[in-house]
Design a protein around this ligand. Structure first.
Ligand code: NAD
Ligand code: LMR
Length: 327
């Protein structure tokens, strides 16, 4: 039997946690042969709810779930952990932007970054989901100086998946036939959903849907979908966010599919004119060994270049706001 790996989920008693934990324990992220120990981190007022969630996990009798740790201490939650989903943060309410959460959520990632630096395993990797995800990832990364920067990602996979579904609905294609979608930049309204490289079957997506629909319907619909869900549900996306986190880490760990790429917010190396020193979403491929590469050499038109400039500027502004949380 393979040795279990430790997987940390923060905010484990929350809405996303409730969808995420069961699918990790079922083997949907690390595969059907890899046992896991779930280390679930919460804050003291949520510990009793977390105990209920743990009872349900136990009642599922998942063969791959070898142990569970329930804690409100980040030093325990990140102890020896190899993969972490940093979900624990407050969600926005209707009428707010994600960036309005920085003051409340940013400090959470200082303490967690320090605990990761002190206690995580050498092969540690983290996906930051809590909003504003890109800047929270930057805060965690900066407070964990001994962990390689590229081990910190933020999540734009939900925006990527939303894009695939919108294209499928418009064209009647199956999502599996759509490839090479890109989300550039920030997980915010300035994100740039780019279909100029995407293909639906053998056809170019932009020719299949037309520029007018792409610019006037698709781009704003994808960019503001999170807000539309909050308006409809009275709460932010949860099951679809957990699903996107599963897709992101499954591909990072196990590899992206041949001939395709995925959108991952990663430490920017300045590719495509994105500013360096921020966590920026790029098209990435993963070979299946826990690394990723930013896809290089794509022709990016002026419309997309301008979008990359604006979303990059927003990320630099967010970085300036949290300057005192970076070390
Ligand atoms: P929720 O309020 O249901 O759950 C959040 C949980 O985090 C709560 O149980 C809370 O007690 C816990 N928490 C708060 N501070 C913590 C800390 N310091 N340590 C550990 N746990 C802590 O919210 P949710 O719906 O699960 O959403 C969580 C976050 O994910 C929000 O910030 C939301 O905006 C964000 N989100 C991001 C995306 C994305 O695409 N990147 C998508 C959906 C939601
Ligand atoms: C989303 O995109 O659904 C999440 O980031 C939640 C939100 O605040 O929009």
């Amino acid at each position: 039997m393979t040795n279990p790996i430790k997987v940390t989920v923060t905010g484990a008693a929350g809405h996303i946690g409730y969808s995420l934990l069961f699918r990790i324990a079922a083997g949907e992220v690390f595969g059907p042969k890899q046992p896991v120990i779930l280390q679930m981190l919460e804050i003291p007022p949520a510990m009793s709810v977390l105990e209920g969630t743990a009872m349900e996990l136990q009642d599922c009798a998942f063969p791959l779930l070898h142990d569970m740790v329930l804690t409100d201490d980040p030093m325990v939650g990140f102890d020896g952990t190899s993969w972490a989903f940093l979900v624990g943060a407050f969600p926005r309410k209707a009428g707010m932007d994600r960036a309005d959460l920085i003051g409340r959520n940013g400090p959470i990632f200082v303490g967690q970054g320090k605990a990761i630096n002190a206690r995580a395993a050498d092969d540690f990797h983290a996906l930051i989901v809590g909003n504003p995800a890109n800047t929270n990832a930057l805060i965690a990364m900066s407070n964990a100086p001994d962990v390689p920067n590229e081990r910190f990602n933020a999540m734009t996979r939900l925006d990527h998946n939303r894009s695939l579904s919108q294209l499928a609905a418009k064209t009647g294609a199956n999502v599996a036939d759509i490839k090479q979608m890109i989300i550039w930049g920030n997980h915010s309204n300035t994100m740039v959903p780019d279909i100029y490289h995407a293909k639906i079957g053998r056809k170019k997506a932009i020719n299949a849907v037309g520029k007018r629909w792409y610019k006037s319907y698709f781009k704003p619909t994808v960019a503001t979908r999170g807000g539309a869900i909050i308006k409809a549900r009275g709460a932010s996306s949860a099951a679809s966010a957990a699903n996107a986190a599963i897709c992101h880490v499954r591909d990072w760990y196990g590899g992206t599919r041949k001939g395709d790429w995925v959108s991952m917010a990663v430490p920017s190396d300045g590719s495509y004119g994105a500013p360096e020193g921020v966590i920026f979403s790029f098209p990435c491929v993963c070979p299946g060994d826990g690394t990723y590469q930013i896809v290089q050499g794509l022709d990016v038109n002026e419309e997309i270049q301008e979008g990359i400039r604006k979303t990059g500027e927003e990320l630099l502004n967010e970085k300036a706001v949290v300057a005192d949380l970076l070390s």
